[in-house]
Write a protein that binds this ligand. Structure first.
Ligand SMILES: [Zn+2]
Ligand SMILES: [Zn+2]
Length: 258
C-alpha cells in the first residue's frame, strides 16, 4: 500500500510558512508518504520547482492547487495551468477536467472557511461529466479548521460515490502527514487510478495535537507576515535516500493481486 498527502501548502500560499524544498525534505526525512500534492491557494507558482526537485528526495509530487471557488475550496490535482478563482463549483470542475485534471472537495462543511456543502457536491455530481472529474472528498482534514467536525464529515462522506481521502492541509512542516490517503500501489499514476475508482482509504492521526499546532503555527505566521520564511532550505543536490531504495524494493514486491 502507498500513502499520499494531497493537501499541502508552501510559501506560495499567503498563510503558509515553509519553502518547497523544506516541505520535500521534511516529507523524505520524517514521513512514510510516497506521493504528495502541492496545493497552494489559487496559484500554481510553486509546482514546477516541486515537481523538478521531487526526484532528489525520492518522492512524487502531483501538481495541484487549492482553488477558491464561489461555492467553497476545491483541490485540483494533475493540473498544469492556473484555474481561476471565484467561479462556481461546476464551472471550476469543468475547467480542471478540460486540462486533464481531477479534483477533490476540500474540508467540506468546515467552520469559518469558504467550504463546499454536501448538498452542493451532490447537486454538482448530478450534472453529466462532473463525476468523471470531481472524484474525491476530503473525509479527514488534519489541520485545525473545525477538526471536531471530522467524524461527522467522514460519516457523511462515506455516503457519497467518491474516493475517501485524508489529508493534512499543512501550513507548517510538522503537520505534514497528519491525515493521509491509502491506496494500492506507490506512484502518482496508481493513486490517480485509485481515486477515479473510489478505491482509497483514510489514514488519520487518532488524536490531533491542536495546542501543539497552534504553538508552532502562531509564531511562524507572525514572522511570515513580516516577510520571513521560517522553514527555508536550499535544495540538496546529492541525496539518494535509503528510503528511495526501500520504495524501489516495495515496487518490486507489489502485485495488484495481493
Ligand atoms: Zn481550504
Ligand atoms: Zn488548504
Amino acid at each position: 500500500m502507498g500513502y499520499a498527502d494531497l493537501h499541502i501548502h508552501t510559501i506560495h500560499s499567503y498563510d503558509a510558512t515553509a519553502s518547497v524544498a523544506a516541505v520535500l525534505q521534511y516529507v523524505a526525512n520524517h514521513t512514510d508518504l510516497d506521493v504528495i500534492a502541492i496545493t497552494d491557494h489559487d496559484t500554481i507558482s510553486g509546482i514546477n520547482e516541486a515537481v523538478d526537485l521531487a526526484p532528489r528526495y525520492g518522492i512524487e509530487v502531483i501538481p495541484g492547487c487549492e482553488v477558491s471557488t464561489a461555492d467553497g475550496h476545491l483541490l485540483a490535482l494533475f493540473i498544469h495551468r492556473p484555474v481561476p478563482a471565484g467561479l462556481s463549483l461546476i464551472e471550476t470542475v469543468e475547467l480542471i477536467g478540460a486540462q486533464g485534471g481531477i479534483c477533490i472537495a476540500a474540508h467540506p462543511m468546515a467552520f469559518g472557511i469558504n467550504s463546499l456543502t454536501f448538498t452542493t457536491i451532490q447537486n454538482a455530481l448530478l450534472k453529466p461529466g462532473i463525476s468523471q472529474v470531481l472524484v474525491g472528498v476530503e473525509a479527514f482534514n488534519g489541520s485545525l479548521i473545525s477538526s471536531w467536525r471530522n467524524p461527522m464529515v467522514e460519516r457523511i462522506s462515506q455516503t457519497l460515490p467518491l474516493a475517501q481521502t485524508g489529508n493534512s492541509d499543512s501550513h507548517i512542516l510538522e503537520t505534514i502527514g497528519q491525515g493521509s490517503t491509502e491506496f494500492f500501489g506507490y506512484t502518482a499514476r496508481e493513486l490517480r487510478c485509485a481515486l477515479i475508482a473510489a478505491d482509497t482509504r483514510v489514514r488519520k492521526v487518532p488524536n490531533l495535537d491542536c495546542f501543539g499546532i497552534i504553538d508552532r503555527y502562531v509564531p511562524r505566521i507572525m514572522l511570515r507576515k513580516m516577510g520571513w520564511v521560517t522553514d527555508n532550505r536550499t535544495p540538496q543536490t546529492n541525496l539518494y535516500f535509503a528510503r528511495e531504495k526501500n520504495l524501489i524494493q516495495n515496487h518490486q514486491s507489489y502485485s495488484p493481486q495481493n
